[in-house]
Design a binder for this molecule. Structure first.
Ligand SMILES: [Zn+2]
Length: 338
């Protein structure tokens, strides 16, 4: 299958183990050059914008875009981002309408799509992004494809636990005020808060211990919390339950209903159940949606328990072939609409 051959070629760029095309890097540039070649082979007109995003445009209806990104995390997988670009070339070639886009620097904060929006670059009439789910829900449901309802909102901030730094040898257990022990209880409360709200997740991924020495009782600990939920009400409830004062908060970003409908219908037309699910990860589609572009996302099932940002990332050829079909049919409809 040509899509898989191409994903393998991109995977080889930058040297293993895993996909290594961070932004900015020579490997990301090389991937863009290789993909530009495939766009030309498909008869598309290649353009690079001021922020070095790459476009391959058909002759007609160029303002309907499909695509994703070509950069990866260090030691990433074959599918994250690259699938949406490679499949997008197939779709635009087959339909003969629309444009395929490869955005720069998605993994470090949507660099390319944000720059495009910030400079008021020509935005599309609609944007469709095919992406791997990067989670286990479709695999658990036994379904190859899903339609994204919204990109989850998230809040980040810190919880601080105060204690009293003291001697690790001479301070009796009942005379201690250990900030790290208090924060251990705090981490469990963060977990329980997320578990009590459907669809919510919360993570303590980083902590800073003071004074951070093996023979000193910790006097102060800062926990950095990442809390996410599928809609604004649940995000507010989660933040309140954790007791977090967010230093950063972004609301959930809904995908456009008209694009969700087209994707659902094209999935159902193939005899499959059209499930909808929120995206727990951020995507370029969220940046364009925030800028007012009607945007939609199609997820393809991730295997291996949904692992992503890892060389173990996997989707099957059958599922990807189906996803390319649905993407193509959806583009055909969107690019034919008056
Ligand atoms: Zn991605």
């Amino acid at each position: 299958m040509r899509v898989f051959d191409r994903l393998e070629q991109l995977y080889a760029i930058g040297g293993g183990p895993g996909a290594n095309r961070p932004h900015p890097s020579e490997a990301e540039d090389e991937a863009h050059a290789v993909v530009a070649g495939w766009m030309r082979e498909a008869g598309l007109e290649v353009e690079v914008d001021a922020d070095r995003n790459l476009f391959g445009a058909a002759r007609e209806r160029r303002s309907v875009w499909v695509g994703s990104h070509l950069d990866t995390v260090p030691q990433g997988g074959r599918f994250d981002g690259a699938l949406g670009v490679v499949a997008g070339i197939e779709a635009v070639e087959r339909v003969g309408r629309g444009s395929v886009v490869a955005f720069r620097g998605e993994e470090i904060g949507w660099v390319g799509s944000r720059a495009l929006v910030a400079r008021g670059g020509g935005l599309p009439r609609a944007f469709l992004e095919l992406h791997i789910e990067q989670g286990p829900l479709l695999e658990q449901a036994g379904l190859p494809l899903g339609v994204v309802t919204s990109i989850v909102g998230y809040a980040r901030g810190e919880l601080v636990f105060e204690g009293r730094a003291d001697h690790a040898g001479t301070t009796p257990m009942d005379a201690r005020e250990d900030a790290l022990v208090k924060s251990a209880e705090g981490i469990l409360r963060v977990r329980d808060a997320a578990r009590s709200i459907e669809g919510a997740v919360a993570t303590v991924g980083k902590l800073a211990i003071e004074p951070d020495a093996e023979n000193v009782i910790p006097g102060r600990v800062r926990l950095l919390v990442d809390a996410r939920a599928p809609d604004g009400d649940r995000l507010d409830a989660l933040v309140a339950a954790i007791g977090l004062e967010p230093s950063y908060r972004t609301g959930p970003i809904p995908m456009a209903e008209e694009l969700r409908l087209v994707l659902r219908q094209e999935i159902e037309r193939r005899g499959l159940a059209a499930v909808e699910l929120p995206s727990g990860a951020g995507h370029d589609a969220g940046i364009l949606a925030t800028a007012g572009v009607p945007s939609g996302m199609l997820f393809v099932r991730s295997l291996n328990g949904g692992v992503s940002h890892s060389p173990d990332e996997l989707s099957s050829e059958e599922d990807v072939a189906l996803a390319v079909e649905v993407l193509t049919a959806s583009l055909r409809r969107l690019a034919s609409a008056p």
